[in-house]
Design a protein around this ligand. Sequence first.
Ligand SMILES: Cc1cc2nc3c(=O)[nH]c(=O)nc-3n(C[C@H](O)[C@H](O)[C@H](O)COP(=O)(O)OP(=O)(O)OC[C@H]3O[C@@H](n4cnc5c(N)ncnc54)[C@H](O)[C@@H]3O)c2cc1C
Length: 498
Amino acid sequence: MIKTVTIVGAGIAGIASAIRLAKLGHQVHVFESASHPGGKLRQIEEKGYRFDAGPSLFTLPNLVDELFTLCNQNPQDHFQYQTLEDICHYFYEDGKQFVAYKSWDKFSDSLTEIASKNEIASLKKQLQKAAFRYNITAPVFLDQCLHRFKNYLNFKTLKGILNSGKLNVFESMDKENRKLIGNPYLVQYMNRFATYNGSDPYRAPALLNMIPHLEQNLGSYFPKGGMYNIPKSLHKLAYSMGVQFYFQHTVEEIVTEGKNVSSVRVRNLKTHEVFERRSNIVVCNADVYNTYKFLLPKHKSPEKILSQERSTSALVFYWGIKGSFAELGLHNILFSDDYKSEFQQLFQTGEPTNDPTIYINISSKCEPSDAPQGCENWFVMINVPSNSGQNWNEIAAKAKVNILQKLQRILKKDISQLIEFEDVLDPIKIEQRTSSHGGSLYGTSSNNRFAAFLRHKNFSSSIKGLYFCGGSVHPGGGIPLCLNSAKIVSQLITEDFG
Ligand SMILES: Cc1cc2nc3c(=O)[nH]c(=O)nc-3n(C[C@H](O)[C@H](O)[C@H](O)COP(=O)(O)OP(=O)(O)OC[C@H]3O[C@@H](n4cnc5c(N)ncnc54)[C@H](O)[C@@H]3O)c2cc1C
């Protein structure tokens, strides 16, 4: 039966949910506070430079393709991407470096400067184990709703449960990597993947050592035209499927009658007009923490779930650089010399360390038109804690000095002289722009071994017709998981409403 569905937020999960629900024949309306689709996927265009302001690493592109195929479109007619041969360039304080190539032969050649043959073989084994872990857990924990009993009654889930002993949720990622690989450079490389969902490798369970499977085994990609083309092309697809978007419209309340959703109260940010839109199905793509706090003020919040530790946030400097650096690629990591204390600082003191690991993304390496000729667009990011009232102007000023000094030490150049454009993103701006509690990038962290079960489910048990998608709910943050959450929500709505 055709239903009217209202979606709160046009983040990647909101748009993907809209496409799936429109394809099922529902009438879909999306209200978005910002003036553009994509949420954290944004772009900046200034002084001849273009920056992808949010995500920069793209894995599992098949999840985007799938949405076009679902709507009987050829994905390549609308969205193209290239496979990365050199995935990431790594630099250490002592001058050592390597490149993680897609080809194992090239990757292992590049590692010979920092590791023995045996250690490289151990890394290979650990990457194979990552594939095993991913294949066992994805169907259970990532591709379906964890909170419907019937989902436990299928072969893949039972297989996952039977293999759970091999997944290792009792040791930390770091402990397992030290035990199985040993070499400190390679351990730091493997530990780094905890940051892909904003976690701490010294506490996150070893099960998360499966994350590099996505980037290293399945591959990393770069969308033609940049990351912003992901929401841009999906927004177009949704529009072509009849989805109605209302930008600069904030949902102020999800209204209920008895135990059912009945409507949303919306404010048009241009005219300040407030109106109510009736709808028995609401899919909320806003951060679940702020949804309970602001949009459902009359309802009891699931305190235990909402009080889980937040994932890290980011401090990003967008720099237009007058110059080019042959030693850098699209993705680059300049490691901190003391990784353990970096994470202790992040999760305990609420401030970044003075020697942070620096991530530099340069999309002009793949898309030359993203910077003027002879120049590069640097997205320079460090992990920072989510906002809990710190002075971010002070932190950013100090971090900039530390970053420039580290770049000078490693790249042997005074980068400050080359910056001709600068913009800065901090946790407060992330929260203001996307309503993510504390500006965290991935909702809650996965530092707890039960994290998968402690994320909010994709539906409300107390309010019929209310569903949740996006990075703050099951199965978690990052583009691929957000796209999965949209799939789960559309399945749930079909089960519940036909
Ligand atoms: C700097 C940075 C780097 C990142 N790097 C990566 C990466 O490399 N790879 C990766 O996969 N992921 C990365 N991420 C994480 C990724 O961006 C997110 O997990 C994902 O985009 C979240 O999507 P979402 O669907 O949850 O919605 P969000 O992007 O959080 O968007 C939610 C939308 O809802 C809107 N909204 C909220 N409340 C309301 C309301 N009341 N009314 C109307 N609209 C509302 C907001 O305006 C927003 O547009 C990064 C994030 C950031 C910020």
